[in-house]
Design a protein around this ligand. Structure first.
Ligand code: ADP
Ligand code: MG
Length: 582
């Protein structure tokens, strides 16, 4: 008997569906793309049960006639492609003709649609892929697709989903991206019976007020106001972007969006170009905010590399890198001028004089992309540490506004004031965390943090863990988070910055409390100590030394940088080549 059997078509259909639709958010993405492909100018979304119970998208697009309503649910049925050649010249989001088929296979779906001027519309439902009869329905132009009980017949897939908060956040993130990419469309988003986002249509592209307003509605005003508008047009390429001016970089790296022909994408090359352009304007902790739109002929890039259609490959990566990098680099250099900057094609040569090297390897990205701080555990201790803490000490003074010099036990040692302060705060906070009671300060006024609704949902899900780190948070409206308390040892002036960095780190559901603690520790110690560069009194210097003495590892700052240097009696003798020196 042969071992290999052909799969039952029902089974292979479920497998194929699983590849296209991973979670409710992937179904939503497909439905939104279909609505946009149908030319909708208003799209509304309604979700219950985090998209698992029901997910409904209504649009006012061109609609379908009764025959198309049935065809739409069949495999490889699409109105968007006829010939294989079409693949390379496609201007629509969809083309596989697979999404509705896949969704219908793993849900209870109903589709209602009407074309302009039809006497009535049509409604058809399907369950686990079997189509029911069509029935007449109201003749309102457009399409409504409702998906109920997604994954009802694929329990394994259902189990694989994450918390409701995570799935809701993923759904909203898909919606936010579509809304950013299509500012002229009116969008409404309801979740569990409540309106979360309601976005009026904005003025058409190219860039201007309209997009800014949409950006502010999604990313918040604080981030979106004052971004530099840039545009560039070349044969076959239109590019425009909003990007941080040099003084307005952000502690979060989550506000960077790229779109190609209105499709949200990620691209290593574009990200490298972005960070490279900012290289003179940023420290490793600050990130540019950017929303960038590229219009390219479909044949210039390939979105087919990934089934999720996100990571894009370009035919001419190098040109694109140089275009984006030099446009942005030049604009940043000039941004002191108050006028908004528009680069005409003629001005290009100006930027071309400086030809940035595109690094085909990834070293540029490695430099540009923020590195996680080293884990706190990885420090070496100075083997002869304790010797240097033997009193009496004498404070000799501060040099370079950064180092404190002491004489002690016949030698000299030098503290890096900033590193020492960081280490002390780090260990205090670590000790508080260990005993599970972090001293908190109640903020006089709640500190508002504006966030996209999708991120807010995900962060609120982590509220209990954040509370254990000393931060209590509460939602304030749909896109603002209030910070109510913070660890007592945190400097008020640095609070916002610290919170933004911390929030960036807590969103991943895989983050354990231990990971969050470690990250909070190094972020907070660093921020809390940042003011340590002030001139120090002898008293303050000695206190710092005493406190450092109590530390488990006083020899380095929490990032592993050295906190102290010592020259003991023997070492001094050896350096001065004294007779009898060891
Ligand atoms: P694709 O988008 O790849 O063509 P889908 O399975 O997503 O495949 O959709 C199949 C077809 O159904 C589309 O090509 C389109 O003709 C039609 N369709 C789907 N959704 C809509 C909609 N909201 N409005 C009008 N037509 C739609
Ligand atoms: Mg589609």
């Amino acid at each position: 008997m042969p071992l290999i059997k052909k799969l039952d078509p029902k089974v292979s259909r479920l497998i194929a569906a699983g590849e296209v639709i991973e979670r409710p958010a992937s179904a939503l993405k497909e439905l939104l793309e279909n609505s946009l492909d149908a030319g909708a100018t208003a799209v509304s979304v309604e979700i219950t049960g985090a998209g698992k119970k029901s997910l409904r998208v209504s649009d006012n697009g061109k609609g379908m006639d009764p025959e198309d309503c049935r065809l739409a649910l069949e495999r490889h049925a699409t109105s968007k492609i006829d010939e294989i050649e079409d693949l390379s010249s496609l201007g629509t989001y969809g083309f596989r003709g697979e999404a509705l088929y896949a969704i219908a296979a793993i849900s209870r779906l109903s589709l209602q649609s009407a074309v302009e001027g039809a006497a009535n519309g049509w409604r058809i439902s399907a369950e686990g892929g079997s189509l029911g009869d069509s029935q007449p329905a109201a003749p309102a132009r457009g399409t409504t697709i409702e998906i109920r009980d997604l994954f009802f017949n694929t329990p394994a897939r259902l189990k694989f989903l994450k918390s409701d908060a995570y799935e809701k956040s993923a759904l909203l993130a898909v919606f936010e991206e579509a809304a950013l990419a299509n500012p002229t469309v009116r969008w409404t988003y309801k979740s569990e019976g409540r309106t979360v986002l309601q976005l009026p249509p904005e003025k058409p592209l190219p860039p201007g007020e309209g997009f800014s307003k949409r950006l502010a509605a999604i990313w918040g005003h604080e981030l979106s106001v004052g971004l530099l508008p840039l545009t560039l047009e070349r044969p076959g390429v239109k590019f425009w972007m909003f990007a941080s001016p040099p003084g307005k970089l952000n502690a979060s790296r989550n506000f960077q969006a790229w779109f190609i022909n209105r499709r949200p994408i990620t691209s290593r090359v574009l990200q490298q170009a972005l960070y490279r352009a900012y290289r003179e304007h940023r420290t490793s902790e600050r990130h540019p905010v950017c929303a960038a739109f590229l219009e390219l002929p479909p044949s210039a890039f390939d979105v087919n590399v990934h089934p999720g259609k996100r990571e894009v490959r370009f035919k001419s990566e190098r040109e694109l890198f140089e275009m984006v990098e030099s446009l942005l680099y030049g604009a940043l250099a000039k941004s002191k001028q108050p006028a908004t900057l528009t680069v005409s094609p003629r001005a290009e040569s100006l930027f071309q004089e400086r030809s940035p090297r595109y690094d085909a390897g990834h070293s540029a990205a490695a430099q540009a992309l923020p590195l996680e701080s080293r884990p706190a555990e990885a420090f070496e201790t100075l083997s002869d540490g304790p010797l240097w803490f033997t009193p009496p000490y004498r404070y000799l003074g501060q040099i370079e506004k950064s180092y404190l010099v002491f004489e002690c036990s016949g030698g000299v040692f030098i503290l890096d004031q900033h590193a020492a302060a960081e280490r002390i705060l780090f260990e205090r906070y670590a000790a508080e965390l260990e005993i599970g009671s972090v001293a908190v300060q109640q903020l006089m006024l709640p500190l508002p943090v504006e966030l996209p609704a999708s991120r807010l949902a995900r962060i609120l899900d982590r509220a209990p863990q954040l509370a254990r780190l000393g931060f209590s948070i509460a939602p304030y409206g749909k896109t603002t988070l209030h910070i109510l308390t913070a660890p007592a040892l945190l400097n008020a002036g640095e609070l916002k910055e610290t919170v933004l960095r911390l929030l960036d780190s807590v969103e991943s559901p895989a983050k354990t409390l231990a990971d969050m603690r470690r990250h909070a520790l190094s972020t907070i110690a660093c921020k809390a100590a940042v003011k340590a560069h002030d001139a120090t009194t002898a008293e303050g210097a000695l206190r710092l030394l005493e406190d450092l003495k109590d530390c488990r590892d006083g020899s380095s700052c929490p990032h592993g940088r050295r906190a102290m240097l010592a020259l003991n009696r023997d070492e001094l003798a050896r350096r001065f080549q004294r007779p009898g020196a060891p």
